[in-house]
Design a protein around this ligand. Structure first.
Ligand code: GLU
Length: 320
């Protein structure tokens, strides 16, 4: 599962983003990236890398990124498009003003991409996610919340996302549907993150975003609304966990957590990959039917309990 962090406030944002991404590493990922709006509001700096967060941090350091007060960061678990720097998040619109990080799958991305391409949008990645900044661009008239609301209304699938705009410098907009996202509240600052682990060094005051809710965050301000634009009260909780307890999500140990997460993990793996006909659709892997039909041997490599899974899979494959 990927990691998401968004921040607006007085702290040096690059440090907040990189520290939060490191604390979310345990979720697993294949590439990472950040977008930072610099303090002089001159522009947004996007840095992406297909290695680990520490590599991204070195890249950021070597580029002498000017610090800022608003930014977003992401560790990606690729579902659509290979794990390359180009496919890493954040993704941007055609104007370079709008930037989005996303966890989940946009199931109708092919149709949307075709439609947006016909309308003149230029895509630079193979991801399903990239339709989001272009959709937001379509609806954007200076009000990021409204544009995000209209964009998510156009997509099918699941999402936790955070968006920012270069022309609304002290604002990030977060939205979720069937994917995790929590808001961290500070006095003059606000955070959005995939889980509480990333927030614990900064705040114990957390707002739980409901399914289909959109939060607009400014330094010390939060408003929440539904997909219909109806205002709703944020559900505030005080967190008493330490960082390790937060990683275990309330379970006494990691093994138990992973066992309980299996249904969700399976759902995530299958989502968007079963066509309406019931057939498996793995187009994004780019292997043709002819190539598949020509395969004579399959080698499964595994150790530990995955070895048992491989043995069961062998029987299943041979049977099929
Ligand atoms: N589907 C998106 C992608 O492949 C998001 C993956 C994620 O949740 O990290 O880029």
């Amino acid at each position: 599962m990927c990691g998401i962090i968004g921040y607006t406030g007085p702290r040096p944002v690059v440090t907040v983003l990189l520290d939060a991404l490191s604390s979310l590493e345990y979720r697993g990922y294949d590439s990472a990236g950040i977008a930072v709006l610099d303090t002089s509001n001159v522009g947004v700096h996007v840095i992406k890398d297909n290695h680990k967060v520490v590599h991204l941090a070195r890249e950021v350091e070597s580029r002498h990124l000017p610090d800022g007060r608003t930014g977003i960061g992401h560790t990606r678990w690729a579902t659509h498009g290979r794990p390359t720097a180009l496919n890493a998040h954040p993704h941007s619109d055609c104007t370079g003003r709008l930037h989005v990080i996303h966890n989940g799958i946009v199931e109708n991305f092919r149709e949307l991409r075709e439609l947006l391409t016909l309308r003149g949008h230029q895509f630079s990645s193979d991801t399903d996610t990239e339709v989001l900044p272009h959709l937001i661009e379509e609806f954007y008239d200076g009000n990021l919340t409204m544009a995000v609301r209209r964009a998510v209304a156009s997509i099918e699938g699941v999402y936790a996302l955070v968006a920012m705009s270069a022309i609304e410098p002290d604002r990030i907009v977060a939205a979720r549907l069937s994917a995790p996202l929590v808001i961290g509240l500070g006095e003059e600052e606000m955070f959005a993150a995939s889980d509480i682990t990333a927030l614990i060094p900064y705040t114990r005051s957390v707002a739980l975003l409901g399914d289909g809710e959109i939060a607009t965050l400014g330094p010390g301000t939060i408003t929440v609304e539904t997909l219909d634009g109806e205002p709703t009260e944020p559900r505030l909780v005080a967190v008493e966990w330490d960082a390790i307890q937060a990683q275990k999500n309330g379970y006494p140990h990691f093994l138990l957590k992973e066992i309980h997460e299996q249904p969700e993990t399976l759902r995530n793996a299958l989502r968007g990959r079963i066509a309406d006909t019931g057939l498996v659709d793995l187009r994004e892997i780019g292997i043709s039917d002819e190539l598949l039909a020509g395969i004579r041997d399959i080698v499964l490599v595994a150790c530990g309990s995955a070895w048992y899974t491989a043995m069961v899979t062998r029987y299943a494959l041979e049977h099929l």
